[in-house]
Design a protein around this ligand. Sequence first.
Ligand code: GLV
Length: 320
Amino acid sequence: MKPRIYITRKLDERAVAPLLEKFDVRMWDSESVSVPRDILIKEVAEADALWTVLADSVNREVFEAGTKLKIVANMAVGYNNVDLEAAMEYGVIVTNTPGVLNETTADLAFALLLATARQLISAEDAIRSGNWTSWAPMRFTGMDVGGATIGIIGMGRIGEAVARRAKGFDMRVLYHNRNRKTEAEVEHGFEFMELEALLKEADFVVILTPYTPETVGMIGARELKLMKNTAVLINVARGGIVDESALYDALKDGEIWAAGLDVFETEPVPLDNLLLTLPNVTVLPHIGSASIKTRLAMMNLNAQAITDLLEGRDPENQVF
Ligand code: GLV
């Protein structure tokens, strides 16, 4: 009997084809609707390997049900959706897909920064809704990006890729990170700062830190108050790093100027989320790594990790 793989999303054929010869592959049949919990639990009970995405909650219940389960390959760089303690307890390996998505995610962070700073989405909407009445001196005026100061919270591989882009826009680059990046400081002139100082100095604050118990609610009312009232906050990491209700108040009261969000505390973002009522918020549906090349590369990493494990090799990108 071939080992069984369960995949929680309908995937591009190119990603699945190499697995079909060697393994018994079962796959949920929708790309954009999550597999119902009862089906996931039933499938995982028969699976040797589980291919998940960041929207799947891979909690203790999943590990308990997966009596044959040997690997969870999570198609994302973040793995906050996986209960690592339970994985260790049940002896299941967990892998992620780092490295291949750095530049793509940095592109999106910068695109969102530019779109928010220059109100691109509202401006486009004015045309589509028939509200472009005439050229207007101060309508859709925004914040200059070129020459401004960017503060990056979380200077990992994606953070550094954003910082390099910022340099191309003649920006001063501040960063806050657990470890100093002395090489990058010398080579590129990036400046390390404590969080408070960064929040006070930056015109653009970009969040790129992993979502861990230490970073939950890291940006709350106090932090938002420290920011300039002309500042723009960009979050492309995880929604829970920012306290959304504090962010709503800060944006409504003009404590900061705007926010660009690719991530939310609850995803998909509920339509009654108050942030959606504000004109100075640009929202995207968690698409940081969404280029064709990068998503295929992430799928390849996942397929390779599962193949390696099921064929007795040690997979790369194990998270513990
Ligand atoms: C996306 O958010 C990822 O973690 O890959």
